[in-house]
Design a protein. Structure first.
Length: 80
């Protein structure tokens, strides 16, 4: 019974670990250089702020009307 239980736990861990690894690398949660529980909270907050910044920049270009983009780029070209 114990051997089967341990085998089942190892299979489950083997399925979950790659997902956790990708999430940690994709969302900048790889290494926590800050100490203790407070450091964990600070690290989480900084990673969340970084990801929100990336999403805000991506959404800025999606929701910005095309006319404003073209007028902005035209003004950049006219300056040169």
């Amino acid at each position: 019974y114990q051997k089967d239980k341990k085998r089942k736990q190892c299979r489950r861990r083997a399925a979950i670990e790659p997902i956790i690894g990708h999430l940690k690398s994709d969302y900048r949660m790889t290494r926590n250089y800050l100490k203790g529980a407070v450091g964990d909270r600070i690290n989480l907050l900084m990673a969340a702020a970084w990801n929100l910044k990336l999403m805000a920049v991506a959404h800025f270009f999606v929701f910005l009307p095309v006319a404003k983009i073209t007028s902005f780029t035209d003004s950049l070209i006219d300056q040169n």
